[in-house]
Design a protein around this ligand. Structure first.
Ligand SMILES: Cc1cc2nc3c(=O)[nH]c(=O)nc-3n(C[C@H](O)[C@H](O)[C@H](O)COP(=O)(O)OP(=O)(O)OC[C@H]3O[C@@H](n4cnc5c(N)ncnc54)[C@H](O)[C@@H]3O)c2cc1C
Length: 388
């Protein structure tokens, strides 16, 4: 099936099966699980994932076509976005066959929810400075520490955890990746409310939590290279909207704005044209990445450019909508309030705009890299987090 046919089939399936978006928030997780099971049966879950582990064995090109169609709907898949976009692809790329067998299909079918446990209070952009510790005790690891901003952890069954396993070596060289059971005693999840009023991310505390060694992903102290795999997938999936619940009737879209502003006003027209150009540029960039992927060219660090463009467009839309609709648009019950308050999060989650620019400068444009004075210093001698 060529891409156009694939997209037509996806459109027809979504028209038939996408649920109405007027369901109570309390039922969101149940709805999400039911919808994922339907997606799986129809062959739209794990589009790029190997057939052996339950996927469809197709490319990012098909995935982006499906995501582009899905953007017109409010699909209840948000709680699966971390599993589908980040932790699942990491297990497919870097897990053992036993781990893939155990975890991948239940995720694709919507039976298990995942979260990503990287950021800490003292380690966000510089995540390699994290301090959560895992110590080997026989055939188990014992974990102590704290994570923060962990999306959907309050619903999660499993988490992909990056922890420090050696403080004697430089920071990137003493990290190991694990799968942690979020229902294990000693895991405490505390929701954090953001300025939109939602509590979608959390603080997590690990108090002597044990992890069997077979739940280690990759080699001991090679967790950084596994994390890089996750982060590449994260940026590509955010920019392509994989597993994200789109929003029908986005109040900051051109179609929505033109219904509420004076489109005869030349200044307003200029603004709407600017919005159209930016939206179109991002769509074409995503399309190009999709076509290149289809041709076997991996987007790599250019995924960071796509994520940066999406974050900038999201902020531009929220800002424009606020300017056109007036200051009352920031009031809690205004149609635009949710979009306005969520927009800045897009410029932080998955790596900030500044970090995306650093990556693009360094790895796409081959500009001189940032100076890294701590590259060879043992982690225990660095003044980071609560150390020093
Ligand atoms: C909506 C949302 C969801 C999230 N979900 C998750 C999740 O599920 N799991 C998870 O692990 N984390 C998650 N995060 C955390 C996210 O990854 C971090 O917020 C992000 O990496 C930035 O880290 P920080 O907040 O510690 O800011 P800091 O790293 O302290 O940065 C503060 C400021 O300094 C700038 N800065 C820092 N270093 C540099 C540099 N070298 N050059 C230029 N500027 C720099 C940053 O751009 C930023 O403006 C989420 C965040 C948000 C907003």
């Amino acid at each position: 099936m060529n891409l156009a046919e694939y997209r037509r089939a996806a459109r027809a399936w979504l028209q038939e099966n996408a649920p109405a978006d007027d369901y109570p928030e309390a039922d969101a997780v149940t709805r999400a699980r039911e919808f994922m099971a339907k997606l799986y049966d129809a062959g739209y879950s794990g589009i790029t994932w190997p057939e052996r582990w339950g996927g469809q064995g197709l490319t990012q090109a098909e995935e982006r076509e499906f995501a582009a169609e899905a953007r017109g709907y409010t699909l209840p898949t948000y709680v699966f976005s971390i599993g589908l976009g980040m932790t699942g692809p990491t297990l497919v790329d870097r897990g053992t066959d036993e781990q893939r067998e155990r975890f991948v299909r239940p995720l694709l079918r919507g039976e298990e929810i995942w979260c990503q446990l990287f950021s800490e209070p003292g380690a966000g952009s510089d995540v390699a400075s994290l301090q959560t510790k895992a110590v080997l005790d026989g055939d188990h690891w014992i974990v102590n520490g704290q994570k923060v901003w962990t999306s959907v952890a309050h619903h999660a069954d499993w988490g992909l955890l990056l922890a420090r396993t050696d403080v004697e070596v430089p920071k990137h060289k003493g990290l190991t990746m694990f799968v942690v059971d979020m229902h294990h005693p000693g895991v405490t999840v505390k929701p954090l409310r953001d300025m939109s009023g939602r509590a979608n991310f959390n603080e997590i505390f690990f108090d002597n939590v044990t992890i069997p060694d077979e739940h280690r992903v990759g080699e001991v102290n090679d967790g950084w290279s596994v994390a890089v795999t996750t982060l590449l997938h994260e940026r590509l999936s955010i920019s392509a909207g994989v597993g994200m619940s789109g929003r029908r009737d986005d109040p900051t879209s051109i179609d929505a704005l033109r219904r509420v502003v004076d489109t005869e006003d030349p200044l307003v027209r200029d603004e709407l044209v600017e919005l159209h150009i930016r939206s179109r540029a991002l769509a074409l960039f995503n399309q190009r990445l999709a076509q290149e992927t289809k041709a076997g060219i991996f987007p790599g660090a250019r995924g960071s450019a796509a994520k940066l463009l999406l974050a900038e467009l999201t902020m531009f839309k929220a800002d424009l909508a606020t300017r056109l609709a007036g200051p009352e648009s920031a009031l809690a019950d205004h149609l635009l309030a949710r979009e306005i308050s969520l927009a800045p999060g897009m410029a932080l989650g998955g790596g900030t705009n500044e970090i995306m620019r650093n990556i693009v400068g360094d790895r796409v444009l081959n500009l001189p890299p940032e100076p890294r004075v701590d590259k060879t210093v043992p982690f225990k001698d660095l003044k980071v987090g609560t150390q020093g």
